[in-house]
Ligand binder design. Structure first.
Ligand SMILES: Cc1cc2nc3c(=O)[nH]c(=O)nc-3n(C[C@H](O)[C@H](O)[C@H](O)COP(=O)(O)OP(=O)(O)OC[C@H]3O[C@@H](n4cnc5c(N)ncnc54)[C@H](O)[C@@H]3O)c2cc1C
Ligand code: FES
Length: 253
């Protein structure tokens, strides 16, 4: 199936000085995307750039991605204006498995975008959801919601500390039988995975490897995952095609 679509920008909002939230029009992507999936967006550089889907609106046939400027590709894409467009491949990868009734979502860095999609989806399905988001300091806080538990390393907004300090503020009732879904920088996901383990909770994480094709062909995004078979220390998995969502227990941190 051809999954490459020319998508027009219908809105663009700067969330802070280096991060834009861009809404693209594409009924084909908006109608089938699930939380945890990503899109691979064409820019003038050689390779496309991958971004987690931050929100979808099936009625308007639009979806959003958050783009933090870290280099040339993101600088170009974050400045796409209303009426401009680009080729987008997606939705790609496996989303989160969402059959439980109770979730704790944890987001940090650009992980706050897929966490937003998860939150909107789970709330629309009347699931129990708590959200913890962690940032370096107040200037980095984006995609926040008064219902979320907010942490900053600097302590200039929300709870002083990291996401695990935020998780520690949850009640026993909040934690009991919950599944943790976490998207963010590797050290944060490692710490949250260990927190989940310590509390006997299932935890799923979304890995962010450098990517090229995004569809399982080039092997640029290969990561090591614990092998199912005895005697083999690890398997190689393609983050884009076999993930990006993995059971935290399988990840070799
Ligand atoms: C599945 C997936 C989902 C992502 N979702 C988002 C998102 O929702 N919002 C967002 O802003 N970014 C997201 N990213 C990261 C984004 O793809 C990169 O920031 C972007 O490709 C960088 O392009 P560039 O040309 O601006 O920077 P480059 O010039 O290519 O690199 C600039 C810097 O960013 C680092 N970098 C580049 N790609 C990655 C990567 N994949 N992971 C970690 N560091 C990287 C490089 O090491 C370098 O230090 C995601 C990445 C993946 C794999
Ligand atoms: S990016 Fe090409 S195989 Fe994953």
């Amino acid at each position: 199936m051809n999954k490459d679509f020319f998508c027009e920008v219908v809105s663009r909002q700067m969330l802070n000085e280096d991060t834009a939230l861009i809404e693209f029009s594409c009924e084909q992507i908006a109608s089938v995307a699930v939380p945890g999936q990503f899109v691979n967006i064409t820019c003038s550089n050689f390779l496309r750039r991958p971004f987690g889907i931050a929100s979808v609106n099936k009625q308007t046939g639009t979806f959003k991605v958050g783009i933090k400027i870290v280099g040339e590709g993101t600088e170009e894409l974050a400045s796409l204006d209303e009426g401009e467009g680009t080729w987008i491949l997606g939705p790609l990868g496996n989303g989160f498995e969402l059959s439980s009734d109770k979730y704790i979502l944890v987001g940090g860095g650009s992980g706050v975008f897929p966490v937003n999609f998860l939150y909107e989806d789970l709330v629309s399905k009347d699931k129990s959801v708590k959200v913890v988001q962690g940032f370096r300091d107040k200037s980095q806080v984006i995609m926040n919601n008064p219902d979320y538990i907010l942490t900053t390393d600097a302590g200039d907004e929300g709870i002083k500390g990291n996401c695990c300090d935020g998780l520690d503020t949850l009640s026993e009732d909040d934690i009991k039988d919950a599944t943790i879904l976490c998207v963010g920088p590797m050290p944060m996901m490692k710490a949250v995975s260990s927190w989940a383990d310590g509390h006997g909770l299932d935890c799923y994480v979304s890995l962010e490897q450098r990517m090229a094709c995004g569809i399982g062909v080039c092997l640029v995004c290969v990561c090591k995952i614990k092998a199912q078979e005895e005697g083999i220390p690890f398997d190689h998995k393609r983050c884009c095609k076999d993930g990006p969502v993995f059971d935290a227990k399988e990840v070799i941190w």
